[in-house]
Design a protein around this ligand. Structure first.
Ligand code: ADP
Ligand code: MG
Length: 319
């Protein structure tokens, strides 16, 4: 029997209808589908409890899925677990190396566990420790490293098996902005070297600064996914429903930068850039003989999600 090898054109990660119900009946994932292209830098963005760690746990084989399909570079994770796992490097949410070991030993022993010969492991460790700006700390007790250094050591360790897909679960949660920027730089370098990266975060700013594509997850479901730019454009648009006096004319006045459609003969659906002055729209409608009686904001799931995420972050910062 031959070992499955990664398929040339397959997505780095393809997830179909993934579900997870924990023993306590919490439905952490309710049918998640997503796809990550090879070479991509991808964010899984969502508030606490959304299901991010559960999804990462399944992809890195720490958690069993209830149902669904996961493929890593075309390899079926449930059927060919070890072949798929060889392609994945994981940086878990919690620091989990032995504080009484030295960084060099942590890296070399980890690689040894995955079958990398010692000579080779020593060479790789030098490269990774240098990239992580930890080469001077190679032989100190890990316990003495700063918080940022410990985080970088976690990334260096994951890179020791030369994964094609590097997954990081909230790599910068709770670290200050300077350390975060340093980590972003390291991650960009790793990605530029050809490694596909997926990270989870609840900071929009982090996803915006690093990622080309993202999926937004909330309460176990994907709310939206696509290019970062398209998402930001959506968030910049505000939607209103306007009730008009009487009946709408057959043709609506064109207003620059605004999308206006009639949902019935006395209701208008208005979408406009957040920065735009609503009075300008009202004036244009008035000039066309359309009088607005009342208006309400259209609810937008994305926006609601972000409001909640920011409130959570605010609560965290205040705590
Ligand atoms: N081992 C577990 N047993 C039971 N419920 C869990 C377990 N792990 C996570 N959950 C629940 O599943 C949901 C998703 O959690 P998680 O995947 O950790 O979200 P996130 O990483 O986005 O914060 C939450 O409601 C959480 O309480
Ligand atoms: Mg988590």
């Amino acid at each position: 029997m031959s070992t499955p090898s990664p398929a040339a054109n397959a997505p780095a990660l393809a997830i179909r209808d993934l579900r997870k119900t924990y023993d306590n009946r919490v439905e952490a994932l309710k049918g998640v589908s997503l796809e990550v292209r090879p070479g991509d830098f991808f964010a899984l963005l969502g508030p606490n409890g959304a299901g991010k760690s559960t999804l990462i746990g399944i992809v890195s084989s720490l958690v069993n899925a209830t149902s669904g399909e996961v493929r890593v570079f075309g390899i079926d994770l449930m059927r060919e677990r070890s072949a798929a796992m060889r392609l994945v490097g994981l940086v878990p949410q919690e620091i989990n190396f032995n504080m009484f070991e030295k960084p060099l030993d942590i890296l070399v022993n980890y690689a040894g566990f995955y079958g990398v010969p010692r000579r080779e492991a020593l060479q790789r460790a030098e490269v990774e420790l240098k990239r992580a700006q930890l080469w001077e700390k190679a032989n100190v007790m890990s316990r003495t490293l700063s918080g940022g250094m410990k985080r970088r050591l976690m990334i260096a360790r994951a890179m020791m098996t030369q994964p094609k897909l590097l997954i990081l679960d909230e790599p910068t949660a709770g670290v200050d902005i300077e350390i975060r920027r340093g980590m972003w730089k390291t991650l960009r370098e790793i990605n530029a070297g050809g490694t596909t990266i997926i990270l989870t975060t609840h900071y929009l700013e982090e996803a915006e600064s690093l990622c080309r594509h993202l999926a937004i997850i909330d309460r176990g479901q994907i709310v939206d996914q696509g290019p970062m730019k398209a998402l930001l454009a959506k968030l910049d648009v505000e939607g209103f429903l306007l009730d008009v006096d009487g009946v709408l004319p057959a043709s609506l006045p064109p207003i620059e930068g605004v999308s206006l459609t009639a949902t019935d003969d006395h209701t208008l659906d208005l979408e406009m850039p957040r920065a735009m002055d609503l009075n300008r729209v009202f004036a244009a409608l008035d000039a066309a003989g359309i009088r607005i009686r009342s208006m309400r904001t259209k609810s937008n799931r994305l926006e609601e999600l972000f409001v909640r995420m920011t409130t959570q972050n605010g609560a965290e910062a205040a705590a």
